[in-house]
Design a protein. Structure first.
Length: 207
């Protein structure tokens, strides 16, 4: 069960969940003995849909109201293997309180970074590094954090290494996001490809 933003209800009725086909495609990266990290979980469509195919799910969502919807969906779905955290992930220099710029009624697009879009309101959020959670045996990561992806990776080096550099599905709305792609390829030795049918979604994998 999902708590979904009412502003998008017409879309859900006609088409189902956003990125439903992509979520189903991601099932191939899940494993019953490994953990799934949903970084930028929003209301939990990935977390809830993939929970039964993973040992554990760790869901990170910094925006307060969206986090409550995530928790409600997990509770109603009776998923005991999903842990939800009302924090954002980032680099060591970002740790602490940061301002989140909220740009839409559905909670999507919220970011710590300057935007050309009109900001509806701001919210103070907590930032931690992924490494601070000391999560073991990660098999798959989905990351959608509105231009903070590179900084999440800076704070995740121990986790990635200890888990054997699991595949990462991530969003990049910037067509020429050279620092992020160069870091994945040249520092972390990932291959990065665009996911077919998704203009802004990518797979980083060592396979």
């Amino acid at each position: 069960m999902y708590f979904l933003p009412s502003v998008n209800m017409d879309y859900y009725v006609k088409n189902g969940l956003f990125e439903n086909q992509l979520i189903e495609w991601c099932r191939q990266f899940c494993g019953e003995t490994r953990a799934f990290l949903d970084i930028g979980a929003h209301t939990g469509t990935y977390s809830i849909s993939l929970a039964n195919y993973c040992r554990e799910v760790y869901s990170f969502e910094p925006q307060r109201d969206t986090f409550y919807a995530l928790c409600g969906g997990v509770a109603l779905s009776q998923l005991s293997n999903v842990s939800c955290y009302n924090v954002g992930l980032g680099a060591e220099h970002q740790v602490g309180e940061q301002q989140l710029h909220i740009v839409s009624m559905d909670g999507g697009g919220s970011t710590m970074h300057p935007q050309s879009q009109e900001v509806m309101k701001t919210e103070t959020i907590e930032i931690r590094t992924l490494d601070s959670y000391k999560i073991q045996n990660v098999g798959f990561i989905k990351m959608d954090v509105e231009e903070n992806e590179l900084f999440v990776l800076y704070g995740a080096l121990q986790t990635l290494e200890q888990s054997g550099y699991p595949p990462i599905v991530f969003e990049s709305n910037t067509g020429d996001n050279t620092p992020l792609f160069d870091y994945l390829r040249n520092v972390l030795s990932y291959k990065v490809i665009n996911i077919g049918g998704c203009d802004n979604m990518y797979l980083a994998s060592r396979d």
